[in-house]
Structure formats: C-alpha cells, structure tokens
Design a protein around this ligand. Structure first.
Ligand SMILES: Cc1cc2nc3c(=O)[nH]c(=O)nc-3n(C[C@H](O)[C@H](O)[C@H](O)COP(=O)(O)OP(=O)(O)OC[C@H]3O[C@@H](n4cnc5c(N)ncnc54)[C@H](O)[C@@H]3O)c2cc1C
Ligand code: FES
Length: 385
C-alpha cells in the first residue's frame, strides 16, 4: 500500500482569526483510514527544496466516514521571522478542489477507550484539535468528561460552538481566556479570566479518578502537568502531545524545571494503571506522584548498545524505551524532531546488529541506516553516533 494517498480539499472553514479547518476526502473513492481519537495526519506540503512533511491532528469525530478534518493555526512569522511554511501554505494557497497528499493517521497520543474512568481534556490554543476528536468519541460513551480550554480571547477561540453542542449532564466544558475583550465579556463567551491554576481546577473538578490528556504550547503543558501531579494525578495517568519538537514533561523535579527534560516519553505514557490519590487531591499541597517505576509486564531483557562515535557503551533494557532515549539517558544529544518515525531527523548509521521498530517509520530507512526514535535493539548493536 502506498504511504501517501491523494485527498481533495472539499471544504475550508474559518474557525477563528488565526485558525482554519480543512476537510479532506480521498480522491480514490476508497474508504478513509480508520483512526483513534488523538491521532494525526501527515501532509506533504511544497517547500523551497521539494516537498516537506507536516503533521496535523484530526479534529473530526472518528465515526465520520466521508472526510477528515484538520484544524490549522496560521503561523505568522513574528519579529521578522519567516512565515510558517505548511500552515501559511494551507491558509493562503489551498482552496476547495485542490489536492493534498496525505499519509495514514499515526500517533500514540490516543484516548484509552477501554477505561471507564472520568476524563480530563486540557488544551491550550490550537492544542484543542485532538481533544475535540476525543470529545466527539466520548460523547458516544457514558464517561464523565471535563473539557478545559485556555486561549487568548474570543477572536482566536476555535470550535467553540462544536464543543458547547456536546455539553450535557456528564460533559462539562470550561473556557479560560487570558485577556478577554470587552466583546467577550458582554457576550459571556468565557468562564474564567487569566490562566488555569490549582484553585481553578479544584473549583471546577470534583474529586475523581481522572485520566488526563494535555495538548498546547510547551509552557502550558508543563504547568498543567505540574498542577495535575500536585493534585495527586499519577504521571502515568497523564498523556500529552507536543505540536512542536517533542520532549518530555517528566522531570525529576517538575516544580523547578518543567522545561529542562532530559529525555522524551510520549509513546511511553500509555499504561493508565495508577489510582488518583484522593487524599492528595483534598490536601492543600498534595503528594508528588511516584515515578521511575517500570510498568507491570514490561520486559527487562537487556542488550549492549555501543555509540561508537561517542565512545560510549551502555546496557539497554525495556525501561529505556527507544534507542534515542537510551542515547539521551547516556548523556548524548542526538538530533531529533518528531520522535515518531516521520521526519528522519534521528537517522543514523547502523554499524552492526539489528533493530526492531516499535513504531513503523513513515518511510523505511535504507539498509544500514536506522531511525533511533522508534526502534529498539535486537541484541548487541553498534551505532555510528
Ligand atoms: C503531532 C502533531 C500534531 C499537530 N497538530 C496540529 C494541529 O492540529 N493544528 C496546528 O495548527 N498545528 C499542529 N501541529 C503543528 C504543525 O505540525 C506545524 O508544526 C505548524 O503548523 C507549524 O508549521 P509551519 O510549516 O507552518 O511552520 P514552520 O515553517 O515549521 O515554522 C514554525 C515556526 O517557526 C517560525 N520560523 C520559521 N523560520 C524561522 C526562522 N528562520 N527564524 C525564526 N523563526 C522561524 C515560523 O514563523 C513559525 O512560527 C502539530 C504538530 C504535531 C507534531
Ligand atoms: S525524530 Fe523524526 S523520525 Fe526520528
């Protein structure tokens, strides 16, 4: 099966001053690929030196069979920086009737649909896109949902009406505007002003056994991650997605250094097994969640990995995750961007040994090359890193 299919833009809908949705239907008349709420599409967009790949979360209901929808913020270059290549091409050049090459939905930031627990969807800015797909799916279930969305004001707030249309006895939505306009105030478009803090969460969330999903700008996510941990939500109950360069919100001390993570683990936050601590939730400061444990059932089989160019040899085990994480844990700083097998930024030469891909690369590297962000060693491995 070809990695990319041609899709027609069947509609283009302005959602806010800076955010526009694109509805995409396959030109081949075949069914859409199925997707899990939270996953994203990869688009081939024209760049100055040939096509480049850009990823956009699916914002439509997973039950939709006619088209996909992506909802894109126009990245205007600020302070003289160049305008965003993909987002400005979509906003300024793409019109209904145009074609776009699209690869199948991917990503491990997905709603755990096996769980009956209440769900907390926390988004900032255009980070609401995967949350809306999750919300659409959750609307078909019996689960309790809290959808909290923070943005600047009503001028940039996308998909507001769609979210409100899903509100019910068990689906609650709260909008937090950082600097609302007079028009926002008189139309009562928002529930709170400022930023989400612990008091706000306590006021708006009953004590619960939540699974939390976070998406938004990195400082927003770091703050939400820390707040949730302070409120007793265990770290493996918190899943998150970066729209920029992927890193990790897990740190040894999130309170003091939320943005100085040493390693990434978006794909690792999939085992939602811990219980929220109601005592911590109720107490003034809460207890920090336990960390550093290996999830139940994880294999501890080991292998030796030599990073030859760096002169380091380290033991790998399942708790280390990918070869990229292993290198980072060893103090190396390999290049990466997506951490999901899409961009090839982490490609390096495999001198000896074999690897397993736990996430299939969008385009398989040549023999003798390896994408270290989505692979693990199969026995002893030597990398030119
Ligand atoms: C999993 C995932 C899901 C995503 N989902 C969405 C989504 O649903 N909606 C959405 O809008 N985005 C989403 N994104 C982000 C999206 O993929 C793009 O990163 C985003 O659109 C910016 O890409 P761009 O090509 O427009 O900008 P780029 O060309 O990549 O530029 C990025 C930023 O850097 C600035 N810049 C460019 N060149 C320079 C320079 N030389 N110096 C200084 N600054 C510079 C640009 O002005 C811009 O602000 C997602 C990302 C990921 C990883
Ligand atoms: S970091 Fe993008 S493919 Fe590995």
């Amino acid at each position: 099966m070809a990695a990319f299919r041609e899709f027609a833009v069947v509609d283009k809908v302005i959602e806010s001053e800076i955010i526009t949705s694109f509805y995409l239907a396959p030109r081949d008349g075949q069914a859409l690929w199925e997707f899990q709420p939270g996953q994203y599409l990869t688009l081939r967009v024209p760049g100055p030196d040939g096509p480049v790949l850009k990823t956009y979360s699916l914002s439509n209901a997973p039950s939709e069979t006619r088209h996909y929808r992506i909802t894109v913020k126009r990245e205007a270059g600020i302070n003289g920086a160049p305008e965003g290549l993909g987002s400005c091409w979509l906003h300024d050049r793409v019109a209904p009737g145009d074609s776009i090459e699209v690869a199948a939905p991917r990503g491990s930031f997905v709603l755990d649909e096996t769980s009956p627990r209440p769900v907390l969807l926390l988004s900032g800015g255009v980070g609401l896109t995967p949350m809306v797909a999750m919300l659409q799916r959750l609307a078909e279930t019996e689960r309790e949902v809290y959808f909290l969305h923070a943005c600047e004001n009503g001028r940039v707030h996308a998909l507001r009406d769609e979210v409100l249309a899903l509100v019910s006895d068990r689906i609650h939505a709260r909008f937090i505007y950082r600097s609302p306009s007079d028009a926002d105030r008189s139309a009562a478009l928002f529930d709170a002003e400022g930023v989400i803090d612990k008091t706000f969460l306590r006021q708006h969330l009953p004590i619960g056994d939540y699974e939390a999903y976070i998406c938004g700008p990195t400082p927003f996510m770091a703050a939400m991650y820390q707040l949730l941990q302070e409120l007793g939500v265990a770290e493996d109950r918190i899943a998150y997605e970066f729209f920029g360069k992927a890193t990790s919100l897990k740190t040894r001390n999130v309170a003091t250094a939320p943005q100085t993570a040493a390693s990434a683990a978006t794909a690792a936050i999939r085992s939602l097994t811990h219980i929220t601590n109601p005592d911590a939730w109720a107490s003034e400061e809460g207890e920090p969640a336990e960390s550093g444990t290996v999830a139940a059932g994880q294999s501890l089989s080991t292998a030796q990995v030599e990073f030859r160019a760096s002169g380091a040899t380290v033991a790998w085990d399942a708790a280390q995750g990918s070869l990229l994480q292993l290198a980072e844990n060893a103090g190396l700083e390999p290049a990466f961007t997506c951490r999901a097998g899409i961009c090839n930024a982490c490609k390096c030469r495999l001198i000896t040994g074999e690897v397993d891909y736990f996430e299939e690369p969008l385009e398989m590297p040549q023999p003798g090359e390896v994408l270290i962000c989505c692979s693990r060693p199969k026995g002893t491995v030597v990398l030119d890193l």
